[in-house]
Every structure is written in structure tokens, then in C-alpha cells.
Design a protein around this ligand. Structure first.
Ligand code: PAF
Length: 252
């Protein structure tokens, strides 16, 4: 696997080494787990070359403490990416990604205001801006996103269509622990007692109860729910356990 640090270096490589091959792209913020690897395996299977990026995007963190706490496990990430045959790893810095100082932004003015958008001001603007930049840099044939972040996937797909970005945006199923907990980089930050409680989020979402009842049930268990809501044929929830915010969704 070739590790590429600067965006200029990548642009040269993109022209010289990737010509004539299809590219599958998996953007990440690192702290990789089996869910990310399943996206990369698929990228590898469906394309001539698999490209991953690791960039903890400051623009999408509405809380600076959350950005500071976000897990960073680069050496383990590199080994994992190599184990699934990733060809290129892009490791841009914040000045590489934001030469404009984040004065140019991509925003969506409807669905991005719901669910997580209603609770994390500026989050989706940060996500859509960095993903636009990454898609423009990588110019992949296909990019893969996990359905755990279904609202994110939906907004990115809409954005790619709205801006005629040639990359196909592909949703991939959420990978779960045996106890139902959706795999997430943030799970690494859960305290032991909260780790034992965390699978109750998915269990509650899968129950036949109405969203308001599920929210009460989660509160009674010790979660601090932001929302439990039905949208787009799915049921979504976000809830805090201590300092860690978990999200999940299931088809209705
Ligand atoms: O889902 C993530 O890890 C991030 O939101 C993404 C898509 C890599 C953009 O920073």
C-alpha cells in the first residue's frame, strides 16, 4: 500500500498510476474497525484499485472536546488497510484539505437540518464540504459509505447528484457486534459499564414500540437520547452514554 501525504502528490499519482483502472474509494476518519474493512473489501472486489483516506475532519465536529477525544489509531489502521489489499492511503493534513481556511463550504438546506443535523449544528456542512473535496481529488468510479450513518449517506448521494459528481455513491450494510451494537470508531471510547449497556440502543430500535416510548425506555436505562424518529422508511436514534454519542438506524 502506498501512503500519500500531500494532495499535490496524490494528483500526480492519480494521473500517472491510476490511468485505465477503475477506482473504488472509502473515505474514513480512521480508528478503523471491521465495518470499514468490509467497505474496503468491496471497493477492492468491484474496482481495479482501492483507495482509502484517513482524515479527522475538524470542520464536522461541532464540539471541540469531541474532536480532541476522537480516537486516533493510525499504525493499527495502516496494518488493517494493508490486510485487505488497499492500494493507496491518502493522509491529508488540515491545511491540505482547507487551503481556503474553510471559507468555501457545501451546504444542504433541508434534510441536513433534521435528526443529527438538528442536534449538531454545522456537522453536515463539514461532512459535505470535506466529501466534495475528497471526491474531487480522488475522482473514483465508486465510493462506499456505511448505512450506520444513513443520513450522511443520503445527503452525500444527493450532493453528488446535485453537483454532477461522477462518482457512484454506494451504501453498504451496517456491521454489528454479536450483541447487535453497530460497529463505530466511537465504541472505543465507551467506559466498560456503558459498553455493556450500548447494545440496548439497537434492541430498543428493533422493538415494536413507538419512537416516543423507545425514547422513554432509553432514558430509563441511563441513555441521554437526542432523538428517536422515523424517516425515509427507517427508524433512527441518537443517544449519549456518558461522553459518547451513539447513533443507529434500522429499516421499518
Ligand atoms: O463517516 C465518516 O467517517 C466521515 O463523516 C467521513 C465520510 C469520512 C467524512 O469525514
Amino acid at each position: 500500500m502506498e501512503i500519500v501525504k500531500g494532495t499535490k502528490k496524490w494528483m500526480k499519482l492519480r494521473t500517472s498510476r491510476c490511468a485505465g483502472k477503475s477506482l473504488g474509494f472509502v473515505p474514513t476518519m480512521g480508528a478503523l474497525h471491521a465495518g470499514h474493512l468490509s467497505l474496503l473489501r468491496r471497493a477492492r472486489r468491484e474496482n481495479g484499485l482501492a483507495v482509502a483516506s484517513v482524515f479527522v475532519n475538524p470542520a464536522q465536529f461541532n464540539d471541540p472536546r469531541d474532536l480532541q477525544r476522537y480516537p486516533r489509531t493510525l499504525s493499527a489502521d495502516i496494518k488493517m488497510l494493508e490486510s485487505v489489499g488497499t492500494d493507496f492511503l491518502l493522509l491529508p493534513s488540515a491545511p491540505d484539505m482547507y487551503p481556503d481556511g474553510y471559507t468555501y463550504r457545501v451546504s444542504e438546506t433541508s434534510d441536513s437540518r433534521e435528526l443529527c443535523g438538528a442536534h449538531r449544528p454545522g456537522h453536515f456542512e463539514g461532512v459535505l464540504t470535506v466529501v466534495t473535496k475528497l471526491l474531487n481529488l480522488v475522482r473514483a468510479d465508486r465510493a462506499y459509505f456505511g448505512e450506520k450513518d444513513f443520513q450522511q449517506f443520503r445527503l452525500i448521494k444527493g450532493m453528488a447528484e446535485a453537483f454532477f459528481i461522477g462518482t457512484k455513491i454506494i451504501p453498504c450494510p451496517t456491521l454489528r457486534e454479536a450483541n447487535g451494537l453497530a460497529m463505530s470508531s466511537r465504541n472505543l471510547l465507551l467506559e466498560p459499564a456503558h459498553r455493556a449497556l450500548a447494545p440496548a440502543l439497537n434492541k430498543a430500535l428493533r422493538s415494536k414500540a413507538r419512537p416516543a416510548e423507545i425514547k422513554n425506555r432509553l432514558e430509563a436505562l441511563g441513555f441521554e437520547p437526542d432523538y428517536v424518529e422515523d424517516r425515509w422508511g427507517r427508524r433512527f436514534a441518537a443517544a449519549k452514554l456518558g461522553k459518547v454519542r451513539l447513533i443507529d438506524n434500522v429499516p421499518l
